[in-house]
Design a protein around this ligand. Sequence first.
Ligand code: AHR
Length: 528
Amino acid sequence: MKLRSFRLVLSPSALLLLISAQLVAQQSVHLAVDASKIGAKIDRNLFGQFAENLGHGLYEGIWVGPDSPIPNTRGIRKDVVGALRDLKVPNVRWPGGCFADQYHWRKGIGPAAQRPATLNSAWGGVVDSNAFGTDEFMDFIHQIGSEAYVSANVGSGTPQEAAEWLEYMTAAAPTALAKERAANGHPEAYKVGFMGIGNESWSCGGDMTVDYYLSQLKIYSRFVSNDNPAQTGSIQMLKIAVGPGFPETDWTEAVMKAWQQHDWSWNFDGLSLHWYTTPNGWPPSTPSTGFEVADYTKSLKSTLFMEEFLRKQEAVMDKYDPQKKVALVVDEWGAWHAPLPGTNKDFLVQQNSLRDAILASLNLNIFARHADRVRMANIAQMINVLQAMILTDKEKMVLTPTYYLFKMYVPFQDATFIPIDFDPGTIHTNGITLPRADAIAAKDKTGKLWIEITNLDPEKALDVDAAITGISAKSARGETLTAAAVDSVNTFAAPSAVVPKVISATVKDGRLVLTVAPKSVTVISLEP
Ligand code: AHR
């Protein structure tokens, strides 16, 4: 059968009907925010990052070397440092990940020409010049104004090796290792905020049973210490034990039970948790570009599982630690998609779209709601790997939608959580049910109220009507992140497809009113 092409011409009245039908289709949500109700502190460390020695995360992404034509400070890219400073990155986890349990720190110190080339057998077996070692990492941390979270090698190292690494970094007294650090250009002791004792020890970190891991944890906790005399009291180094990477709770049960019975000789302050958004299971297979709306909804559904995962693990922690002394540290999270076609599959290269920014907002909101226990988190990973903030190609750099999302959330760092009373409603698409909206609120140190609203609906705008009490607000200002499509990305050629834009909102007689676009994240501040 031959189809005849035809053009649809609408009369003005039909057009009016169509527009009003769309307006009816627009949805609404009512929020009640009482700023006098105070929750937990949203720890700034929830906005931490992860920079593993993997693919082009460190080499090319951060380190180009002092002789590179790419503008750098002591070998570290200036453009990347400038962008990261704006995120106020609270801490950076390094050198892994799986890589940490095969890293021998001595190979990465001293004159560059004398450092041995080694193989990165965790990630593609590529040659590692070791040019980016401990002093370069500390320089990077210093340049972006962050704190060091180092992962000790439990899998293929020894407690002695880890103890000497910590002494090299943190001893202020003139020990041989402190003198070696001074000879390498850094006489003052470094500050190390956090130390992970192993990584995924139930898998790539040595496939240990929990009992074997506990025997190692006790030894590393006892003998690997921070020697910096300035790091006492509230700024002492926190030790983080390996926790779960699966919804079952037996690992957490065993580690927390041991913690409850610990004596003076060992301890830890945080339990790590790893959970990635992989909507099609393992190996990750969702495309990071050119995907359908169905992939978007599936990804959001998968990411929302984080809430249930945290709740289960927290219930076990509460049993052994009702005072919540031990923090839950989600030090690997984010979207893990299929490798970009044409890239080395071991380098975990993926594009970053509006979908990723939206799912990041959902995760950050979950962490904020669990802030009494979840006091630290690290998105995987910082540059050129997995759900990155930044992508680079030689001298070029582009900031991803997730970068802008993190920038919009800066005001929530160390702010006080304010519970919101609301019914998010639901959306049903492609056989998946999702909440229509998500939202969090917090009060910053100056007393200003911040409200974040995520509209998950890929098609419909959302009218937001918020009753604000407990604070007097005269005006509202805000930014929103959205784009033409859920798979919109920023590229080197078109870097501004997904960037925050100013949104208008009105506040009058204690009511905040605004309309947010479909598939968007909005942050509003209420000015007294
Ligand atoms: O982030 C990539 C890898 O994922 C990490 O090295 C490992 O800890 C996890 O399995």
